[in-house]
Write a protein that binds this ligand. Structure first.
Ligand code: GRG
Length: 295
C-alpha cells in the first residue's frame, strides 16, 4: 500500500538531511569557516518543497534513486544559496531565516557571499556526478542553469530589486514571480522527470503547465502569509513586503481575491496532471500542500 502523504513528506524531509550532508564538503575540511557556514545555510531547516517535487516527478517516470537524490540536493543547494544572498544587506537585509540568524548575521557578509557562490557550484558538481548517461546529465545541468540564471531566478530577483516602490501591474508581478520563484520550482519538477526518461512533448507540456500553476500559487500564498502570519511561525520576518513598499498579490488584488486565485491555481495544477492519472498522486498532493501551507 502507498505511504500516506504526511508520512512520505516526513520521510523525504528527514532523508534530505543525510543526503545533503553527504553531498556537502565536510564541515571541518579547510576552509573550515566557509564549509561550516555552508552547513549552517543548508541543513536543519526549510520545508524542502523543491526536493519533494523532484522525488514526486521522478516517481512518475521510475527515475533511478541516486539521480533523484542528486537532483534534490542540487535544487535545495541553489535554493539555499538564493536565500543567503537575498537576506544580505545589499538585497533584502534580513536578520532571520528558517528561525535562525541569517548567514551574514551569524558569520559575516563576505562569508555569506562565498557560501552562496560555493553552494551554487556544489549543486552543479552534484548533478554532474552519478551514473546517468552524460547526455542526460548535460540536459539536466542546462535546465538547472537556465532556471537559476538571468532568465530565471536571478532575473526575477533583479526585477524585484528594481520594483521597490513602483506600482507593478498584475502581469508584471506575475512575470517577476515566474522567474524569481517559479523557475526553480519548475526545474525541480523537470529534473525529477528528466532523471527518469527523455520526455515526450505532451509530457513536458503537462509538467510545464503544472509547474506554472504551482509556481504562481507558491508566490500568491507567500504574499498572503506575509500579511497574515507572524515571524515566529514563518521563521522569517513577517510583513516585510509592505514595510519595504513592495508590490504583492495582496496589495494588488486584496486578501480575498488572492485566496481565490491560490485555490484556482491549485485546481489548474490538478487539471494539468490529468493525463498522468493516479501515477501523479504525489504531485497533486504537493499542489495542495503549496496552497494550504501555513509557513
Ligand atoms: C539572490 C539570486 C538571488 C535570488 C533570490 C528565491 C529568492 C530569489 C529570494 C527569496 C525571497 C523570497 C522570500 C521569495 C519568496 C518565495 C520564496 C522563495 C520563499 C522561500 O522559499 P521556501 O518557503 O523556504 O520554500 P524554505 O525555508 O521552506 O526552504
Amino acid at each position: 500500500m502507498k505511504q500516506d502523504f504526511a508520512g512520505w513528506r516526513k520521510a523525504v524531509q528527514s532523508e534530505m538531511e543525510a543526503l545533503l550532508l553527504s553531498h556537502l564538503p565536510k564541515a571541518d575540511a579547510l576552509p573550515k569557516r566557509l564549509h561550516e557556514a555552508m552547513h549552517y545555510a543548508v541543513l536543519d531547516g526549510g520545508k524542502r518543497v523543491r526536493p519533494l517535487l523532484v522525488f514526486a516527478a521522478g516517481e512518475l517516470f521510475d527515475a533511478p534513486r541516486d539521480a533523484l537524490e542528486r537532483s534534490a540536493c542540487a535544487v535545495e543547494m541553489i535554493h539555499a544559496y538564493s536565500l543567503v544572498h537575498d537576506d544580505m544587506p545589499c538585497m533584502d537585509d534580513d536578520d532571520l531565516r528558517r528561525g535562525k540568524p541569517t548567514v551574514h548575521k551569524r558569520y559575516d557578509e563576505a562569508t555569506a557571499l562565498l557560501v552562496g557562490d560555493a553552494l551554487q557550484s556544489q549543486a552543479f558538481e552534484v548533478v554532474a556526478g552519478g551514473g546517468l548517461d552524460a547526455l542526460r546529465k548535460v540536459a539536466m545541468m542546462s535546465c538547472l542553469a537556465r532556471a537559476a540564471g538571468s532568465r530565471g531566478m536571478c532575473g526575477g530577483q533583479a526585477i524585484d530589486l528594481d520594483s521597490v516602490g513602483i506600482a507593478l501591474s498584475r502581469e508584471q508581478l506575475e512575470q517577476m514571480h515566474r522567474l524569481k520563484t517559479g523557475a526553480l520550482l519548475e526545474a525541480s519538477v523537470m529534473l525529477g522527470a528528466m532523471a527518469g526518461k527523455s520526455l515526450q512533448d505532451s509530457e513536458a507540456g503537462a509538467l510545464h503547465a503544472y509547474s506554472a500553476s504551482i509556481g504562481l500559487a507558491f508566490q500568491v500564498v507567500d504574499d498572503i502569509l506575509d500579511t497574515t502570519a507572524d515571524s515566529v511561525t514563518l521563521g522569517k520576518t513577517a510583513g516585510k513586503d509592505a514595510a519595504n513598499n513592495k508590490p504583492t498579490y495582496v496589495s494588488i488584488l486584496g486578501l480575498d481575491e488572492s485566496l481565490a486565485l491560490a485555490e484556482k491555481l491549485r485546481q489548474d495544477a490538478h487539471e494539468a496532471l490529468r493525463p498522468f492519472g493516479h501515477r501523479a498522486l504525489r504531485l497533486g498532493e504537493l499542489a495542495d500542500l503549496i496552497v494550504q501551507r501555513t509557513t
